[in-house]
Design a binder for this molecule. Structure first.
Ligand code: ADP
Ligand code: MG
Length: 339
C-alpha cells in the first residue's frame, strides 16, 4: 500500500485561496481599502492603471506595521484582528480571515511600504507569487502603501478571463462606492490612469452620497430613522418619482459593511408597493446596525453575504421603517404614539 496524500506547499495553498478572494481587480481594491480602514486611516488614496489590471495601489495614513508584522502580513491566516473563534462574534473590523495579502501576493507582484508613527524608518517588501524577493529598511511616511501589479501574472487562464477595461473599471468604481459610502468620515481620493476621478472629503452620510452621485441627488433623498431594541436603521430612500429602469443605486450596509441580501432588499422594494411604475427600481442607501453577536459574517470569503439570527423580524422592521418614511402611514393623519 502506498501513501498518496501530501500537504500542499504554501504557495499552492495561497493560490487556491486566492481563487476565492480575488476574482478581479475590484476584489483587490476592496481588500486593500478595507485594510486601510481597519488601520484607522483618515485619508486613503486609491490609484489604478488599466482598470486595475496593471496596477492597484492603496496609500493610507493609518497606523502602519512593525518590521516583523510587515513580513508576517503576507502569511496565510496571519491577522492582528482576531485571536479566537469567539472574537468572530464581536467583530469591529472589516478583516479577520488573514488571507487577503497572502492571496494577493500569490497571484501578483506586490510592493509594501509601511511605517508606524514613532518608528524612525519603515520597511519595504517586494513579494511575487508568494516569494519575498526583497525586504529593506526605508524612509517612508507614517502609514502603509500597497501596490499590486500584474494581477494573475502566473495564472493565464484567470488573466484571460478578465473583461474589458471598461467593464473592470465599472466593478472597481462600484466597489469604491460601496466602501466610501460605508465610511463617510474618511477622506478618499481616487486616481484613474493618472487623473483624479474622485476626491471625497470627510463628511456625513448624506453629504457623501451627494458627493458621489451629484448634487441633484440631494432633493431625491427621504431620511429613514428607526431604533428598536434589536437594531438601528438609518439612511435614505429615494423618492418614488425618481425610481429608475435600472437597478442602480441600491446600497444596503450592515455594521458599515456593504451586504448583498436579496431577501432584505425585497423588504425595502416591497415598501414601495403601489408607488412605482412597473419595471422601475427605487434607489436606497440604508444602514443597519445590529449587535455583532446576532450575525455571522464568516459564511463567504468575500464577506458580502451574512447570516442573521432573525431575518424575518429584520424584514418586517425594515419594510415598515421604509414605508413610514415614504409617507404611507401619513395618508390618514396618524398620531405619533400610534405608530
Ligand atoms: P485581515 O485583514 O483579515 O487581518 P489581511 O491579509 O488583509 O488580513 O492583512 C493581514 C494583516 O496585515 C492585518 O491583520 C493587519 O495587521 C496587517 N495590515 C494589512 N494591511 C494593513 C494596513 N494598510 N495598515 C496596517 N496594517 C495592515
Ligand atoms: Mg484584510
Amino acid at each position: 500500500m502506498a501513501d498518496i496524500i501530501q500537504l500542499l506547499p504554501d504557495h499552492v495553498a495561497n493560490q487556491i485561496a486566492a481563487g476565492e478572494v480575488v476574482q478581479r481587480p475590484a476584489s483587490v481594491v476592496k481588500e486593500l481599502l478595507e485594510n486601510a480602514i481597519d488601520a484607522d486611516a483618515t485619508t486613503i488614496k486609491l490609484i489604478i492603471k488599466d482598470a486595475g489590471k496593471t496596477l492597484v495601489q492603496v496609500i493610507d495614513d493609518g497606523k502602519g506595521m512593525s518590521v516583523t508584522d510587515a513580513r508576517l502580513s503576507f502569511e496565510r491566516h496571519a491577522t492582528s484582528k482576531i485571536r479566537s473563534a469567539e472574537d468572530l462574534f464581536h467583530l469591529h473590523t472589516k478583516g479577520f480571515r488573514g488571507e487577503a495579502l497572502a492571496s494577493i501576493a500569490a497571484i501578483a507582484h506586490v510592493e509594501l511600504k509601511t511605517k508606524q508613527e514613532y518608528d524612525d524608518v519603515g520597511s519595504a517588501i517586494v513579494i511575487e507569487g508568494s516569494t519575498i524577493t526583497s525586504q529593506e529598511v526605508v524612509v517612508t511616511p507614517k502609514g502603509t502603501s500597497v501596490s499590486v501589479k500584474n494581477l494573475f501574472f502566473n495564472i493565464p487562464a484567470r488573466r484571460n478571463f478578465l473583461k474589458s477595461n471598461a467593464v473592470e473599471l465599472r466593478h472597481v468604481i462600484d466597489e469604491f462606492h460601496r466602501v466610501t459610502l460605508s465610511h463617510p468620515n474618511i477622506n478618499f481620493v481616487f486616481y484613474n490612469n493618472g487623473s483624479e476621478t474622485f476626491n471625497l472629503p470627510r463628511s456625513n452620510f448624506r453629504q457623501r452620497i451627494v458627493n458621489i452621485f451629484g448634487s441633484k441627488t440631494n432633493e431625491k433623498l427621504v431620511p429613514v430613522e428607526e431604533e428598536t431594541e434589536v437594531l438601528v436603521i438609518s439612511g435614505f430612500v429615494g423618492k418614488p418619482e425618481f425610481a429608475k429602469k435600472t437597478r442602480g443605486e441600491q446600497f444596503f450596509f450592515v455594521n458599515d459593511r456593504y451586504i448583498k441580501s436579496p431577501y432584505l432588499n425585497h423588504a425595502i422594494s416591497s415598501a414601495y408597493e403601489g408607488l412605482l411604475k412597473t419595471g422601475n427600481h427605487p434607489s436606497y442607501f440604508l444602514k443597519l446596525t445590529v449587535d455583532p453577536q446576532t450575525i455571522d459574517i464568516n459564511i463567504h470569503p468575500t464577506k458580502t453575504e451574512i447570516k442573521f439570527d432573525d431575518e424575518h423580524t429584520l424584514y418586517a422592521l425594515l419594510r415598515s421603517a421604509v414605508k413610514h418614511s415614504l409617507g404611507q402611514f401619513n395618508i390618514a393623519p396618524v398620531l405619533d404614539f400610534e405608530r
